[in-house]
Design a protein. Sequence first.
Length: 271
Amino acid sequence: MSQSIADIMTRAAIAASAEIMDVYARPIHAEHKSDGSPVTEADARAEAAILGILAETGLPVLAEESVSAGRVPSLGERFFVVDPLDGTKEFLKRNGEFTVNIALVEHGRPTHGVVLAPVTGALYIGGPDGASRSDLVDGRPSAATPLRVSDDGPLRIVASRSHGHAALHQLCDALAVEADVSVGSSLKFCLLAEGQARLYPRFTPTSKWDTAAGQAVLEAAGGVVLTLDGEPLRYSDLSAPFLNPFFVAATSVPLARRAASVMASLLTPPV
Ligand SMILES: Nc1ncnc2c1ncn2[C@@H]1O[C@H](COP(=O)(O)O)[C@@H](OP(=O)(O)O)[C@H]1O
Ligand SMILES: [Mg+2]
């Protein structure tokens, strides 16, 4: 029986998680890439596991470590975007806030996403049928719970733990944010999808593989990811170094637009 694309992506994420936890259990040695970001044996092993499984689909894959090694396939209109270990700094700090990210992009939009946090086993899946969370037990997903954003209650904001921006405090003041929390990796998108936060502003750099899977999960749960121009964050006309513009993820379009407008004004020097 042929497996659905979501099943193949989930299987790939679980295989990557096993490789990551095997490395996590022992002393970890990090090297630094040419851009100064850390990389470990876990990144390479997880990516190899993912690529081996996604190869069953015959679709091209834009994957972080392959790109670092100069391997960039011709992508077309349908391709995977993979970050085998998002939040490598958190992995090195051993705080559990790192994820495996696998997205399917179709015509510039992330239509399916799988985000898996190896330490807790939290598994987030988003696609045309909606978003869900399950938990890995002995390497197998438990029954899935549907996810939906929550666009009322206190304005809780979530931001990067290791790549913050000085203007974040001003944004919180301007929007009357009631609580802010710092979390590493794509878990920020998932917290919005779960209804635990309403806003994730990003005005420090990210690459396509940092966002595609989390965006798919969040959008499937009813949220949005907009650039500071108010347009959906897209994955078309991609070329190295595959950076995103600054963006805001939110539980509704009006909230995202309001935050994007404040972020843009904070980044524009007064004349
Ligand atoms: N200066 C920079 N340029 C490009 N990407 C950056 C960056 N600083 C951080 N990132 C990205 O931010 C990701 C971490 O996200 P967060 O800060 O939300 O935890 C990193 O993922 P990796 O850990 O996979 O390298 C990295 O890709
Ligand atoms: Mg990353």
